[in-house]
Design a protein around this ligand. Structure first.
Ligand SMILES: NC(=O)c1ccc[n+]([C@@H]2O[C@H](COP(=O)([O-])OP(=O)(O)OC[C@H]3O[C@@H](n4cnc5c(N)ncnc54)[C@H](O)[C@@H]3O)[C@@H](O)[C@H]2O)c1
Ligand SMILES: [Zn+2]
Length: 329
């Protein structure tokens, strides 16, 4: 596990021992209205005198417009290059707050305290920061890592169940591409009884290993896109029709669809596919499409960022825990 990630049974203690060793000139905490109410009280006392900026929650606010507000507040509060931004929130705040810190006065330090399951197991690892632009997701951004990430699974207690399930899809993805043994464990347990601490640690360790080997996504890191080639296309298609779907739900469908392709190609054993299907349907239910929508969805896979030329790249499984990247999905 990298030195800049700590797991803490009390996020205030982890944060305080870090801040005690540093001499930041000014401190600012970034929250949204939910993390201000539900999470900030748990860290407030650990942070020496500081300012709090609160922005509205939701992907629609992950924009340059919100960055301008954050940069304004940083400027008005006279943050200098020796200041620290502490980001307390889900993936939206982590991506956007990290981007604001990484670009303010050519970059100031930031701490991530991820408060959703998705942010803990995925968004806070790997250094990708940014905002959406003109309806393109994560279109403007940079790579930069936080000076510290504090992981506290107790934040999940207030997380609404759909958010928990959405993050769980990324955990399932990590396990399907890396760990047949852990798959045997999670597949027997309902959502509420999963061992979150163990699963979060596993996901962070696995993603960190992959990212360290391939920080700029030239090769290996692409396996983290399992379920995402088709999942993203489904998410984009449904959202464009005004039909709500959470990212994790779309990824769950994508994992199954890519599982069917792997089976069709004689890669994934039928037994493994049956287990995946049963588990994913039990946790996520079904998403309805009409047959005529297939064309729009497969058209959207051509837009995937992993593609080379007009070949659709996707990650197929040769078995649980055995991913491989291939073309013409
Ligand atoms: N940088 C990366 O590598 C990476 C990877 C995956 C996803 N992402 C990004 O992450 C974002 C999605 O993140 P998310 O799923 O965390 O969504 P989010 O940040 O929008 O949080 C979801 C909701 O949960 C609320 N919330 C946060 N913590 C809470 C808590 N402890 N209790 C109650 N409510 C809480 C938030 O206020 C928000 O309403 C997307 O923008 C996506 O692009 C980035
Ligand atoms: Zn994802």
């Amino acid at each position: 596990m990298p030195d800049n990630i700590i797991f803490s049974s009390d996020p205030a203690i982890g944060l305080k021992s870090f801040l005690d060793q540093k001499k930041y000139s000014r401190l600012m905490v970034l929250t949204d209205e939910n993390t201000l109410r539900l999470c900030y009280p748990m860290i407030k006392k650990a942070v020496p005198p500081h300012e709090v900026i609160t922005v509205k929650s939701g992907e629609e606010y992950k924009s340059l417009g919100t960055c301008i507000k954050i940069w304004d507040d940083m400027t008005n509060y006279s943050l200098d290059r020796h200041s620290l931004l502490i980001i307390l929130g889900g993936g939206v705040l982590g991506d956007m707050g990290g981007f604001c810190a990484a670009t303010f006065k050519r970059g100031i330090d930031f701490v991530l305290i991820p408060t959703t399951l998705l942010a803990q197991v995925d968004a806070s690892v790997g250094g990708k920061l940014g905002v959406d632009f003109n309806h393109y997701k994560n279109h403007i951004g940079v790579f930069q890592v936080p000076v510290l990430t504090v992981v506290y699974h107790g934040f999940l207690q207030t997380l609404p169940e759909p958010e928990l399930r959405s993050g769980f899809a990324e955990i399932i993805k990590h396990i399907l591409i890396s760990d047949a043994e852990l798959w045997q464990e999670i597949k027997t347990l309902p959502l509420k009884s999963q061992h979150w601490e163990k699963l979060i640690t596993h996901s962070i360790a696995f993603k960190t290993r992959v990212v360290n080997e391939d920080p700029r996504e030239k090769g290996l890191r692409k396996i983290l896109n399992a379920g995402h080639t088709i999942g993203h296309a489904i998410e984009t298609h449904l959202l464009s029709q005004g039909r709500k779907i959470m990212h994790g739900e779309a990824i769950a469908v994508g994992l199954l669809a890519e599982g069917f392709i792997a089976r069709h190609r004689g890669l994934l054993p039928q037994y493994d596919l049956d287990e995946m299907t049963a588990f994913i349907l039990k946790n996520f239910g079904k998403v309805d499409f009409e047959v005529k929508e297939d064309e729009a969805i497969s058209g959207l896979t051509l837009q995937d960022k992993k593609n080379k030329g007009n070949k659709v790249l996707c990650v197929l499984l040769e078995g649980i825990g055995k991913p491989f990247l291939t073309s013409a999905c």
